[in-house]
Write a protein that binds this ligand. Structure first.
Ligand SMILES: Cc1cc2nc3c(=O)[nH]c(=O)nc-3n(C[C@H](O)[C@H](O)[C@H](O)COP(=O)(O)OP(=O)(O)OC[C@H]3O[C@@H](n4cnc5c(N)ncnc54)[C@H](O)[C@@H]3O)c2cc1C
Length: 394
């Protein structure tokens, strides 16, 4: 496997770098908190700026308005944005939803929602988890009942990231009680603001709002808003989760590399008892260890990217990559807190906060990352059963 960029990819990386100089990320207003790496905040204006370059739809087939550029262009774009700390948060969700619509969507979704994605107008929240259904998602209670050309959705979703600031929800609901367990579910693209939808914020550990709970009280959606055939929503969901584990985390290696450089700079410039912190053998050892972790993470994601590009079957690889990505994030956040010592917990806004309080934010947000998108305990089971061939637990 050769991970070196082709000449075209290198030229594209240079184009993205130029774009970032002309559009400094810090000038774009963020409308939602970042994912915890000092990057990835939601910013509609930044998304529109990316769309103006044609980058949101660049890999789509020409029949859907795309340019059929190779998938690796998306990796190049994301890496450059993450390295620059740009607010590209909605990007993975837009790409995932576009792929699902191209594969399973009705003509209505293809003509309307794809166009909105390409223009940087549509962003999405995922309505999967419920108060009684997380790891065991098929225990969910939300129901979608067919009524003529419409479905009537009734239920309660929770932990839906960015639901309050997105344009559409991807709502996973039961459409049959009779069908075999995994075949009785469907996925719907539901516009925010539809009558009967009530979105309420949940304040997180950082004090910001990242999650929402969503009450669906007889929400009516046209049948054409369903993704794929009725009852086949589980396939769309699994593809979506795989895609989420990959695209929602690919940026972590470059984003963590950025954090690591900040910590190296801090260790070099902070004097402790007359010598730079960077002279402390333990500090040097841990920083070097973090560099190894980030390099391994990047290589693993590139390997999974090659499998995806080549259409190889993915069984446990995205689970493996997600486990490493989110645990590496937590490890580097802990390293940052240790280096900053008593300054570490001070948040942005405090006159004494170091590194703009980003490390405290990183530490608090990364705690949830090993839960989001499937907990690392559950994903280790996937690796054990599908990757190692161990028997499933009873
Ligand atoms: C930052 C963040 C963002 C999120 N964003 C979204 C979102 O946008 N949309 C959405 O729908 N949901 C979202 N979630 C919810 C997330 O998908 C669920 O929290 C997750 O699937 C776990 O479900 P649960 O919280 O119900 O915990 P439970 O499933 O009740 O699990 C509780 C504990 O038991 C363990 N456990 C459960 N089953 C097993 C098992 N079979 N084997 C071993 N251990 C097990 C788990 O690992 C966990 O430690 C988000 C969560 C977080 C933290």
């Amino acid at each position: 496997m050769d991970f070196a960029l082709t000449a075209d990819e290198q030229a594209f990386a240079a184009e993205v770098k130029r774009f970032l100089v002309e559009h400094p990320p810090e000038r774009f207003a963020a409308d939602g908190m970042d994912a915890g790496y000092g990057s990835g905040a939601h910013s509609r204006p930044f998304l529109r700026a990316l769309a103006e370059q044609g980058w949101l739809s660049m890999t789509w087939p020409k029949t859907f308005g795309g340019h059929e550029r190779p998938m690796f262009f998306k990796l190049v774009l994301m890496e450059e944005l993450a390295r620059a700390g740009a607010p590209f948060g909605p990007l993975p969700g837009c790409w995932q939803t576009a792929d699902a619509i191209i594969e399973y969507g009705s003509e209505r979704l293809r003509s309307q929602v794809l166009r909105e994605i390409a223009r940087g107008e549509a962003t999405f929240w995922q309505g999967f988890s419920e108060p009684g259904a997380g790891s065991d998602l098929l225990a969910l209670k939300t129901e979608a009942r067919r009524d003529g050309d419409e479905y009537v959705i009734r239920g309660h979703k929770i932990w839906s990231s960015h639901a309050g600031i997105s344009r559409y929800g991807l709502v996973f609901a039961r459409t049959s009680r009779e069908a075999r367990r995994s075949r009785g579910f469907s996925m719907f693209v539901v516009p925010n603001g539809t009558t009967g939808m009530d979105i309420r914020p949940i304040r997180s550990l950082t004090g910001d709002v990242y999650h929402y709970e969503v009450f669906l009280d007889d929400v009516r959606v046209p049948a054409e808003q369903r993704l794929g055939p009725e009852g086949e929503g589980f396939v769309a969901l699994l593809n979506g989760l795989d895609s989420d584990r990959f695209w929602g985390r690919f940026y972590k290696a470059p984003a963590l590399e950025r954090v690591l450089h900040q910590l190296v700079e801090y260790a070099n410039s902070t004097m402790v008892r007359g010598a730079p912190l960077a002279r402390d053998p333990l500090v040097r050892r841990r920083l070097a260890g973090a560099a190894v972790d980030v390099a391994a993470l990047r290589t693993l994601f590139y390997r999974v990217a090659c499998l995806l590009r080549d259409g190889a079957p993915i069984t446990y690889e995205t689970a493996l990559a997600k486990v490493l990505a989110d645990e590496t994030g937590q490890k580097i956040a802990r390293l940052g807190m240790d280096l900053l010592g008593l300054w570490g917990p001070l948040r942005a806004g405090s006159p004494w906060a170091k590194l703009d309080g980003q490390i405290a934010h990183l530490y608090q947000t990364t705690l949830g990352h090993t839960i989001a998108g499937g907990t690392n305990e559950v994903l280790r089971t996937t690796v054990a059963v599908r990757g190692l061939g161990l028997p499933a637990a009873r």
